[in-house]
Design a binder for this molecule. Structure first.
Ligand code: GAR
Length: 212
């Protein structure tokens, strides 16, 4: 059985985009680090199997990650995707799933790793911002990039308006990246990813038509 595991911590809008994308898998399981995550309700409403492992019940990252890995392994997934999973993972965890662990990050990596990406982009006065899907490696937000989408920043943008514009693109690129993986189109090397049988425009998405 071909299984996809989605890890969430909160709202779960990227998870929902993945669930609605009709991906070529037999089963999807959603696991949350937060038992009160809104995304768990959405997943249940969509008839998806869920589990939660409350990170607050663990004294350190190692024991939490070990419990999470046990839960994940019980499903034997082909791919694990982080969709707003707001936990820093231990190197052991990341290495265990290397090459089949993906993340979406709300910036054009390698710019603005970490948190508050939209606020920092506005503070720096950059004119283009966006989002990135990448494979996860031990160095936070630095793994090989699969696909990116860029959006313009307008003079009167706030964190909120910019986050919304980027999120729309997140919902486009994450299902695309996962589909490529499941179809065997991604060739991963140490630092880069080649997307086979796709046009350049499919993995570099810019939205110049967006109006202020
Ligand atoms: C998304 O914007 C995602 O890119 C970001 O959190 C949000 C989760 O929203 N992830 C990170 O910042 C990871 N470092 P969602 O729960 O509605 O998908």
């Amino acid at each position: 059985m071909k299984t996809l595991v989605i890890l969430i911590s909160g709202r779960g809008s990227n998870m929902q985009a993945l669930l609605e994308a009709k991906l070529p898998v037999d089963r999807i399981v959603v696991i949350s680090s937060n038992p009160n995550a809104e995304g768990l309700i959405t997943a249940t409403e969509l008839g998806i199997q869920t589990a939660s492992i409350d990170h607050r019940a663990f004294s350190d990252r190692e024991t939490f990650d070990a419990a999470l890995a046990d839960e994940i392994d019980s499903y034997q997934p082909v791919l694990i995707v982080l969709a707003g999973f707001m936990r820093i993972l231990t190197d052991d965890f990341v290495l265990r799933y290397q090459g089949r662990l993906m993340n979406i990050h709300p910036s054009l990596l390698p710019a603005f790793t970490g948190l508050r990406t939209h606020q920092r982009a506005l503070q720096e006065g950059v004119k283009i911002h966006g989002c990135t899907v990448h494979f996860v490696t031990p160095k936070l937000d630095h793994g090989p990039i699969v696909i990116q989408a860029a959006v313009p920043i307008f003079p009167n943008d706030t964190d909120k308006t910019l986050a919304e514009r980027v999120l729309q693109q997140e919902h486009r690129i994450y299902p695309q990246a996962v589909r490529w993986f499941l179809q065997g189109q991604l060739k991963l090397s140490a630092r880069t990813v080649v997307v086979n049988d796709a046009r350049v425009h499919d993995w570099v998405i810019y939205s110049p038509g967006l109006q202020e």
